[in-house]
Design a protein around this ligand. Structure first.
Ligand code: HEC
Length: 218
């Protein structure tokens, strides 16, 4: 019994000795002596953000090919995949005003969704009722004109869409925040603020650029 125990111990010891010797063959003490399938540790391909000698700008992470259309789980409708073709120019703005129409059916659900989206993405500047008195405006933020002002109460939906997509003066582009579908739903809600029921046009200032440029109000 004791002899077989001794045998087992000596076998274990000699295995350990061989294993230790085998692990000492590598010159670099920082690297393990034996790697099973080294490509799993050291990938032969370029890591995403590593430099790359094959490209002039040395970047492994490449830009999508020009004209690529994003696809993902934020996509609700076919036209969400289409690029916006009206250019970010005064002519593009005018053309959107005459040529661009809301492709969604106006119903209560979309309007309710538009109101939630408006509250989340626009209300802090434009104010809960679109009077241009959102919280940001009280802290040196840009002051938008009221939607029911002479300036905006007849603003066509295409121009609204254009301005939300490209931005306008002090208002940045919201294209990355809200999808085309969401923009149109928001617009449905904004239209209810343009001409609130039972209200005639108010005498809010007509020069939105002047308002927007204000940075001194606290
Ligand atoms: C950072 C503040 C800010 C946010 C956020 C913001 N806006 Fe504006 N918005 C402005 C200002 C300022 C103007 C006035 C721009 C001008 O005409 O100089 C403006 C103008 C507009 C106009 C008039 C555009 C035109 O063509 O004259 C519309 C419509 C509008 N915003 C809708 C929205 C909607 C919808 C959202 C949310 C998705 C939004 N805005 C978010 C500040 C903001």
């Amino acid at each position: 019994m004791i002899r077989s125990m001794k045998k087992i111990v000596s076998i274990i010891v000699s295995f350990a000795a061989v294993a230790q010797l085998a692990s000492c063959t590598n010159d670099d003490p920082k690297k393990p002596g034996f790697e099973y399938m080294p490509n799993m540790y050291r990938s032969p391909s370029y890591e995403t953000y590593s430099s790359n000698p094959n490209f002039a700008d040395s970047m492994t992470a490449r830009q999508p090919v020009n004209g690529t259309i994003a696809r993902g789980d934020m996509i609700y409708n076919d036209y969400d995949r289409l690029p916006y073709t009206y250019p970010n120019t005064p002519e593009g703005y005018e053309a959107a005003g005459t040529g661009l129409r809301n492709p969604l059916v106006k119903d209560d659900n979309s309007l309710a969704e538009g109101k939630v989206l408006y509250t989340n993405f626009c209300g802090h500047c434009h104010g809960a009722t679109g009077m241009g008195d959102g919280a940001v405006t009280k802290f040196n933020g840009p002051i938008p004109p009221a939607y029911n002002s002479d300036l905006l109460k007849n603003l066509p939906e295409g121009k609204m869409y254009h301005s939300i997509t490209w931005g306008k003066n002090m208002m940045g582009s919201h294209a990355s925040q809200v999808t085309p579908t969401q923009r149109w739903k928001i617009i449905m809600y904004v239209q209810t603020l343009q001409n609130p029921a039972g209200q005639t046009a108010s005498a809010t200032p007509a020069d939105s650029t002047k308002n927007a440029g204000s940075t001194t109000k606290m």
